[in-house]
Design a protein around this ligand. Structure first.
Ligand code: AMP
Length: 278
């Protein structure tokens, strides 16, 4: 049976202290990518908690907080079909009651890549994820590789704050044409949607040329040019990064990661791929 809870006392009554708890935090507008994380959580835990909370602390005033897709009834139906045990739907007063003042600073790793465009984003994510992990105290929590920088920052956060949860990465689920699934894809017009898979195919081309021994700077430049020619109006970044520190790598590094963000109309798309350079 799926339990729907909205308050902290209800949540804590629903959690079974004798079971291994698995947790997947989301902002709702669920798609098969989210469901794949739930299936992964089920492999590691006995009682599964999913939260849906659109966290205002990670949106800047000019970003899409009020426009972010909200479809609670559809999400609850999907999660019930999926056999989730607890759906946690806190409201903003439960998460940030009057008088709430504490902030979290994730440090310099939150100021690079996505952080150069969205400087408050990862501190806002870290605040809500810390609260959710402390409210639920799950044994494991699953985060998608789709948001690779977020995954690395959350792993750092639980290490730094001794939060007793193991973070498990979930692979990125893609549409048939390669576009990484995202709640924000629904903002794309049909014309822009047909251009969107070029982000993934460009990352694949860069990966291939790097693995064949091409120069890093040349391969990345070629990728940027390709995206702009395809119809992206801006490339915020395409970088080859160390897989843990996310520092830019300019020489051959095993298991490096290409991270990219580019804009199609008013929608920002992000994606990433591992690269093995000998
Ligand atoms: P969101 O609701 O977009 O905040 O995402 C909630 C979780 O789902 C995060 O851990 C994301 O990384 C993950 N996620 C988002 N898109 C995908 C995808 N296409 N495949 C796998 N996980 C995803």
């Amino acid at each position: 049976m799926t339990l729907i809870v909205r308050t902290l006392p209800e949540l804590q009554r629903a959690i079974d202290p004798n079971k291994r708890i698995g947790f997947v935090p989301t902002m709702g507008a669920l798609h098969p990518g989210h469901l794949s994380l739930i299936r992964l959580a089920k492999k590691h835990a006995e009682q599964i908690v999913i939260s849906i909370f659109v966290n205002q602390a990670q949106f800047a005033p000019h970003e899409d907080f009020s426009a972010y897709p909200r479809q609670e009834i559809q999400d609850i139906n999907l999660l019930t079909q999926e056999g989730v045990d607890i759906i946690y739907l806190p409201d903003s007063h439960t998460m940030y009651p009057a008088g709430f003042t504490t902030r979290i600073d994730v440090g310099p790793i939150g100021q690079i890549l996505e952080g150069t465009i969205r400087p408050h984003f990862f501190n806002g994510v870290a605040l809500v994820v810390s609260k959710l992990l402390l409210q639920i105290l799950p044994d494991i929590a699953v985060f998608g590789e789709k948001d690779y920088q977020q995954l690395i920052i959350i792993q750092q956060l639980v290490r730094d704050l001794n939060i007793p949860t193991t973070i498990i990465p979930g692979p990125t689920l893609r549409e048939n044409d390669g576009l990484a699934m995202s709640s924000r894809n629904q903002y794309l017009t049909p014309a822009l949607r047909s251009i969107a898979p070029t982000l993934f195919s460009t990352l694949q081309d860069i990966k291939k040329s790097l693995e064949e021994g091409q120069m890093i700077a040349d391969s990345l430049k070629k990728g940027i040019r390709h995206l702009l020619e395809a119809g992206f109006n801006q490339v915020d970044y395409i970088q080859l990064c160390h897989p843990q520190t996310l520092q830019q790598v300019t020489t051959h590094t095993p298991n490096a990661r290409i991270l990219a963000a580019a804009r199609l109309g008013t929608t920002r798309l992000i994606d990433n791929l591992p690269v093995w350079i000998q």
